[in-house]
Design a protein. Structure first.
Length: 130
């Protein structure tokens, strides 16, 4: 691992992913256990997003760029698809998930995070190849 992979922005990215991993996973687990009948699709989507954040956190912390890139692309696709569906098929989202409405309930961080992460990975790959 290079020193750059442990630099400020990378450490911040790992920390943000860790916070989202913990918050989304714990919240979804609680909702699935206690409120399952209210909105199972939204709660399962939140659990999937939480697990993706866990995987991204591990990949970033281990400097596994390939896995980090895959998780971030999946995450971005999920936010875009679920975000669009939550606007067009509101009945599917009686309760919001982490990715519904493009992450509006989380200050749009779920939308911005994979974009920033992919940019960061690309930027550092170019610097190391130079």
């Amino acid at each position: 691992m290079t020193n750059k992979s442990r630099s400020g922005p990378n450490t911040l990215l790992v920390a943000i992913y860790a916070v989202f991993a913990l918050s989304a996973t714990v919240r979804a687990a609680y909702q699935l256990l206690r409120k399952y009948d209210e909105a199972p699709a939204a709660y399962w989507l939140s659990l999937v997003s939480g697990l993706i954040y866990v995987l991204a956190t591990i990949a970033l912390a281990r400097n596994d760029r390939r896995l980090a890139r895959y998780t971030m692309v999946f995450e971005l696709a999920g936010v875009l698809v679920v975000g669009a569906l939550s606007l067009s098929e509101r009945s599917l989202f009686a309760h919001p998930s982490v990715w519904s409405y493009f992450g509006a309930g989380y200050g749009f961080v779920p939308l911005a995070l994979p974009i920033f992460g992919l940019w960061w990975l690309s930027r550092n790959a170019k610097k190391e190849n130079s």
